[in-house]
Design a protein around this ligand. Sequence first.
Ligand code: SAM
Length: 173
Amino acid sequence: MRVVVLRLGHRQERDKRITTHVGLVARAFGAEEMLLTGIDRHIEESLIDVANRWGGDFRLRSGVNWKDEMVLWKKTGGNVVHLTMYGSNLMDVLGPIRNSEKIMIVVGAEKVPPEVFDVADWNVAIGNQPHSEVAALAVFLDRLFQGKELAQEFLGSLRILPSARGKHVMEHH
Ligand code: SAM
């Protein structure tokens, strides 16, 4: 299954850290790419730096037009999941979502344009309370992949040796 994340409405100053965290979670929890509606060199640099050091082939594409990307994704056989507190309960729709081979997950920042609700195949709530795009994305990906994404190998030059205490990092060259 291919999974990409579309981050809508990034505001350069206000959302710098949270959009970076959306990207970090997307990469660590099994998505292959993040699409960003704005352009933010700081975010590009920090995500590329993480991918270079910690491995994997996560990509970032910024300055995209969200509507074009959603429509193209659907035209090429993909499905769109919009994460919103107003949506269907996750556990009610996860079955059919898992049958999809290509999923674009859309998360917002400020108010999401109403059209997104119409274009999405599923509007999905991770509980019907307001919280965060970072939390919503992490829970959604973890339920989608049933925890298996946490065991994926990134084969980076930096790798952690899991340990009960302290920090053990190996460098591979
Ligand atoms: N007030 C905004 C609106 O009306 O769309 C939402 C702002 S919220 C801080 C930013 C993003 O977090 C949302 O666009 C959504 O993707 C995600 N989010 C927040 N709570 C959520 C929930 N309970 N379920 C799913 N996604 C959620």
